[in-house]
Write a protein that binds this ligand. Structure first.
Ligand code: CTP
Length: 445
């Protein structure tokens, strides 16, 4: 039996792909098709792939041409596969001529003529518009957003809005981006989408007005202080046909997705406990430490710590309890959120005035995953078992300060819905924020 192997991304599956697979199949008796993971594509610099790995695998499967489909997730895997599957022929399209000659030491290498005038790149560019983005707020985060723009294709930052004209002007001078301060409507007229990076208590109103004006919204967290408002924003967005996304950067980082997939894969058995902790001793003069109404540990970091919990257990918790250590003026220096699910429990801890290791531990019936601080960037995590000799360490790719992944996701969603953070998760986070805010109001501080 002659065994053939071929690899590809197979994004926006097209005729070029079908023709390649047909000819690859004819080269032998058994065809194995390797489909790349998002993670591997990103590592190769291909960051704008539209279809998820699962969708791409499904499209290859539907052709009925592949006898076996495998996942390609790291450089060097081709050599491993050729040996492991006893491959006779390796084949890819003629755009790769020469690149894989080194494999001829292991098997025959065949470059098939590429089908002219069609490619995923062409399809992507004809489908997509360049999104004109306006930033609301001109503080620290806005500056970081501007710095990351060059790594994200498909978006252009064209203006900012800040009602405080003076600080807006400073930003304009520094970054050469036009700033509006008088009329929010005029600013909105200029853009297709906004990034809300203003103070916490203004997020919701800005986001709402933008959605009503038919603009896509990427909103820094917290998007709202209660579940109702968050839910309302989503129905408004649905009515206006726009995307709304909460800026919880961790959710979009490739490493975090890999970690969640590892946890879901069953390698640690059934998940029974999750402990997610995020503390940062903030500058006493910063907004986090001075604003007793809208600052503090919970509003700063809780969504990050809730994220792995909702991703793994879902949003239907049975019970939630929130405890805080507060300063005299009511600002929470340290907050602990305990969640109970049927067969699992979870704790989310965040602090601006208490320092801990800040780790993420996902414990299962067979082992656990440990990601040390800063796990929210997910550059590294370990898979551990009773037998320490079996520990595996993962070091996913992570570039810049991570904001670029969130920005890419925003553009990807505007162009074609692809949700890494779901509406249910965002609304559930706002509901927990509501419980916290009610307690803050009740205690009269
Ligand atoms: N291919 C082909 N003819 C085309 C496009 C792709 O024969 N017109 C082949 C490629 O050479 C490769 C396989 O199909 O062997 C999978 O290619 P992939 O990179 O997924 O597709 P492209 O359309 O080339 O994607 P991109 O534009 O993102 O590079």
């Amino acid at each position: 039996m002659v065994k053939v192997i071929t690899y590809g991304t197979f994004d926006l599956f097209h005729q070029g792909h079908v023709k390649l697979l047909e000819r690859a199949k004819k080269l032998g008796d058994y065809l194995i098709v390797g489909v790349t993971t998002e993670h591997f594509d990103e590592a190769r610099g291909k960051v704008n792939v539209v279809d998820s790995c699962l969708e791409r695998v499904e499209n290859v499967r539907k052709t009925g041409l592949a006898d076996e489909i495998i996942i390609e997730d790291h450089a060097g895997q081709k050599i491993e596969d050729i040996q492991k599957y006893n491959i006779d022929i390796f084949t890819v399209g003629s755009d790769w001529v020469g690149t894989f000659d080194y494999l001829s030491a292991l098997c025959k290498v065949v470059y098939l003529e590429r089908t002219p005038n069609i490619s995923s790149t062409l399809l992507r560019s004809s489908q997509f518009q360049i999104v004109k983005v306006g930033i609301i707020g001109t503080g620290r985060i806005a500056a970081r957003f501007v710095a990351e723009e060059k790594y994200v294709s498909g978006m252009n930052i064209i203006c900012t809005f800040n009602p405080e004209a003076e600080s807006g002007k400073l930003f304009e001078k520094r970054y050469g981006i036009r700033t509006y301060s008088e009329s929010y409507e005029r600013f909105l007229d200029e853009v297709d989408a906004v990034y809300v990076a203003s103070p916490n208590e203004t997020h919701y109103e800005y986001a709402r007005a933008a959605v009503v004006a038919g603009k896509h919204v990427l909103c820094e967290n917290p998007i709202a202080f209660n579940g109702r408002d968050a839910e309302g924003l989503f129905s408004l967005a649905e009515d206006s046909g726009v995307v709304i996304l909460e800026g919880i950067k961790t959710a979009y980082c490739p490493g975090f997705q890999q970690l969640i997939n590892t946890a879901r894969s069953g390698q640690i058995g059934e998940i029974r406990d999750i402990e997610a902790c995020f503390t940062r001793l903030a500058n006493p003069r910063s907004r986090e430490c001075t604003d007793a109404r809208f600052g503090g540990a919970f509003l700063e970091y809780a969504v990050y710590t809730l994220l792995p919990i909702f991703k793994l257990y879902g949003t239907q918790y049975q019970d939630v309890k929130i405890h805080s250590i507060k300063r005299e003026d009511g600002l929470d220096l340290y907050t602990k959120i305990d969640l109970m699910y049927g067969q699992g429990m979870a704790t989310a801890k965040c602090g601006v005035g208490v320092k801990t290791e800040g780790q993420l531990v996902i414990s299962g019936t067979k082992g656990y995953i440990l990601a040390e601080s800063p796990w929210w960037l997910t550059k590294k995590y370990k898979l551990c078992y009773e037998d320490p000799g079996k520990t595996e360490t993962f070091e996913p790719k992570f570039q810049g300060d991570g904001l670029r992944y969130e920005m890419s996701e925003f553009v990807a969603q505007i162009n074609k819905n692809k949700y890494l953070l779901t509406k249910n998760e965002i609304v559930a986070m706002s509901e927990i924020t509501e419980i916290f805010m009610e307690e803050r109001m009740r205690s009269g501080k």
